[in-house]
Design a protein around this ligand. Structure first.
Ligand code: GLA
Length: 727
């Protein structure tokens, strides 16, 4: 619900348990007043301290700059006095920077608009949210800025986005357009981010915020392995169940910045948006620019409640399409099984064994096209290599379908190999800076998709392959960062638009794909989880989480990913041991249990498995099917983190009606001379009774007194407990 209190000039946005409040001063500066637990009143202008020094410019003109340096502006402008991080800046044709935005008008309506060309949360039920659009204007340039806020009625989340319109008479350059800004006045705040690396994505990091700034950012053209478009301010006492959390997550997959700064007055400002580096957007009179959406979540009950708000928002209002609420097929992917070394016979041998184990889909990974036999060639030549696959996918799909399985394929449409027909024909199609040889990465270049004719050409190639056979799944990969970001056709003053135009083109391609093939199951991927973000989740209901398939390493990677994203979106597979990345050997059962909390599948040569391991597959598949709805729709509770305690990991999913739950426990390192572990569960109905392995417990007992986890011998052991309400 959103209301405007005309008397006090206060906007108040409510979700079921939170309120977000800002007000308008006499000079029409929108100032942030409050974000936190839901409150009732709107008489809050006193919190803007307009009667304290330095007085507002309407009272004391001589202190205008000092005023801006304290004022908690909803959308701070650069260049006019605020010395902290701004959200917007421009450069005029005279080369001057700086602007001042004042309130012009606003409107409040039920529901939510789409953001043109961009992923964003959505609703098809106008009752589930309301939106406030507030228009600000710069008197000198004529620039208009429309701040959009949506407050959901079914989830504790608020989204913000920004549209900038040049309503003036002269062109200008938008050099910075962040999407959200939040002010928190609270002592001893800490900052949580999710940094990482290839094969080590989204490892939770927590740091104290002193004076100065903490930043997480990507200028790699992808949201990246190294940083993640997420930042949370948390109170010192924050745990899974206690403390304040103010979180931001960016619905965007390219360059971003998130920055938290503690200022001289102990006010903390957190901003998030497209990174201003490599960004400059020309706005002719009448043109507009749409900045992507930021999701804001506040929790007064620690990280656990924040997580459940994100999961719920993304499940209900971000993920779309045919597979949104459907059980995903159990797949077997041939990457770690064969790498580039396969042919139809080998794939069918895998498929036959897989079908016998109940696996439902074969995915042909990298290496089926052009003359690709290693990663040096053929990206861009999206024609089936008939030497490897005689009869192409038409034949393979028929044979796979005969086994009762579906067929899926891997593609990497955004790339071109130097050694490819496409590159030989169009060397100018790669991103490049005039006069410089572009840098290779994994022996490949990035196609300049900001040029529509290139995006169209790529799309046609992919569409042709997908139309050639009964292909029901696509893994869309993207295996390098963007460098040499230049375009040979755009004018000089539009070169700063390429990074964002590229992202818009990728979104455009995926939009076309999902519209042309509405039942296709799309899984995004970027060298593992280099582009695992809400932007991609809007197009694909699942994303490959990480190239690290080691069950133990995966615990921390999946923990960081699960902090924000529903389990149903996290690609997780059982692979072979010793693990190809770590050399570690874990029990087949453990690998199965760890992969169960994602979109379950296999990534191994099933024909080479021991009989003992192979015999476990039908049971694992049946188990996935049994728990799939619970895992997909259940509420997530993290009980313990191996990353923190170095011994064991534990989390639960609990059905919405609290009638059942699944507890996953992994004993990473065994210890001698230990009693069984007593863990307190979460999320259950305290008054109900539950049965676990034949024994009855009261919900309150399990949550407040605890459960004893059976003792297990050996490292890397698991225990999966189904908790069922019995009265
Ligand atoms: C990336 C993906 C892998 C695999 C390879 C193929 O690294 O993350 O899963 O598809 O590419 O080249």
């Amino acid at each position: 619900m959103i209301q405007y209190d005309n008397q006090h000039q206060v906007f108040k946005l409510d979700t079921p348990n939170t309120s977000y409040v800002f007000g308008l001063t006499d000079r029409s500066y929108p100032g942030q007043i409050y974000y936190g637990k839901r409150i009732g009143d709107t008489d809050l202008m006193y919190l803007l301290r307009e009667n304290e020094r330095p007085e507002p410019p309407s009272v004391l003109r001589r202190e205008k700059a000092g005023y801006f340096d304290f004022y908690p502006m909803e959308y701070p402008c650069a260049g006019i006095g605020d010395g902290r991080e701004s959200c917007i800046n421009i450069r005029t044709l005279d080369g001057q920077e700086g602007l001042e935005l004042n309130y012009v008008s606003h409107q409040i309506f039920e529901g939510k608009k789409t953001l043109e060309g961009l992923p964003a949360t959505w609703t098809d039920n106008a009752d589930s949210c309301s939106t406030l659009e507030i228009t600000l204007g710069d008197a000198v340039t004529g620039l208009r800025v429309i701040l959009s806020y949506t407050a959901f009625t079914d989830v504790d989340a608020i989204t913000r986005s920004v549209r900038v319109e040049n309503a003036g008479e002269r062109s200008l350059y938008l050099t910075k357009a962040l999407s959200a800004c939040l002010h928190v006045e609270q002592e001893n705040l800490e900052v949580i981010t999710l940094p990482g690396s290839w094969s080590r994505e989204r490892i939770l990091q927590r740091q104290k915020l002193g004076y100065g700034s903490l930043v997480t950012e990507s200028i790699r053209g992808i949201s990246s392995h190294q940083d993640h478009p997420f930042m949370a301010l948390v109170s010192e006492n924050c745990t899974q169940t206690t403390g304040d959390v103010y979180a931001m997550n960016f619905v965007y997959s390219g360059n971003f910045i998130a920055k938290a700064s503690r200022d001289q007055f102990d006010q903390v400002r957190m901003v998030m948006g497209i990174h201003p580096d490599h960004f400059c957007w020309k706005l002719e009179p009448g043109d507009s620019f749409q900045a992507p959406e930021v999701v804001l979540v506040y929790s007064d009950e620690g990280l656990g409640k924040m997580t459940r708000s994100f999961h719920s928002l993304y499940r209900k209002h971000l993920i779309r399409g045919y597979w949104k609420d459907r059980q995903r097929p159990v797949l077997i992917n041939n990457w770690e099984a064969t790498y580039f070394n396969f042919d139809t016979e080998k794939l069918l041998a895998i498929a036959r064994e897989a079908a016998a184990g109940g696996i439902e889909m074969l995915v042909v990974d990298d290496g089926w096209f052009g003359c690709r036999s290693n990663d040096d060639s053929s990206l861009g030549d999206w024609q089936v290599n008939e030497k490897k696959l005689p009869g192409g996918f038409t034949y393979l799909a028929q044979e796979v379908n005969k086994l009762g399985m579906k067929l899926g394929i891997w593609v990497e449409p955004e790339m071109v190999s130097e050694d490819s027909e496409l590159y030989r024909a169009h060397p100018d199609w790669a991103l490049q800076l005039a006069g410089r040889e572009p840098g290779q990465c994994r022996a490949q270049y990035v196609l300049d998709l900001s040029r529509p004719e290139i995006a169209d050409y790529v799309y046609e190639m992919i569409r042709t392959v997908l139309s050639s056979a009964n292909i029901e799944y696509v893994k869309w990969d993207m295996n390098r960062l963007l460098t040499d970001v230049g375009n040979l056709t755009l004018p000089a003053d539009r070169q700063g638009e390429i990074m964002h135009r590229y992202m818009l083109a990728v979104y455009g391609l995926q939009d076309r794909l999902t519209k042309d093939f509405p039942q296709l199951l799309l899984e995004n991927c970027s060298s593992g989880g280099g582009r695992f973000d809400p932007g991609m989740l809007y197009y694909s209901p699942q994303i490959w989480c990480s190239d690290d398939t080691d069950a133990i390493e995966r615990l921390a990677i999946q923990e960081g990913t699960q902090l924000l994203y529903p389990l149903s979106s996290i690609g997780a597979h059982v692979s072979i041991c010793p693990n190809h990345g770590t050399g570690r050997t874990t029990p087949f059962e453990t690998r199965g249990v760890v992969a169960l909390s994602g979109t379950f599948g296999y990534e191994l040569d099933i024909t080479k498995l021991s009989d003992e391991e192979k015999s476990q597959i039908p049971g694992q598949v049946a188990r996935y099917k049994k728990y799939s709805a619970l895992i997909r729709e259940g509420n997530y509770y993290r009980i313990a983190s191996w990353r923190e305690n170095h011994r064991y990991d534990c989390f639960m999913v609990v059905s919405e009606d609290q009638s059942e739950a699944l507890l996953t426990y992994v004993q990473v390192l065994a210890q001698t001379n230990r009693k069984s572990l007593r863990l307190r569960l979460a999320g259950l109905d305290p008054d109900a009774f539950y049965e676990i392995e034949g024994k009855r417990y009261q919900g309150a007992v399990l949550m407040y007194a605890g459960l004893l986890i059976p003792r297990m011998n050996g490292d890397f052991q698991t225990c999966l407990l189904h908790i069922v309400k019995v009265g």
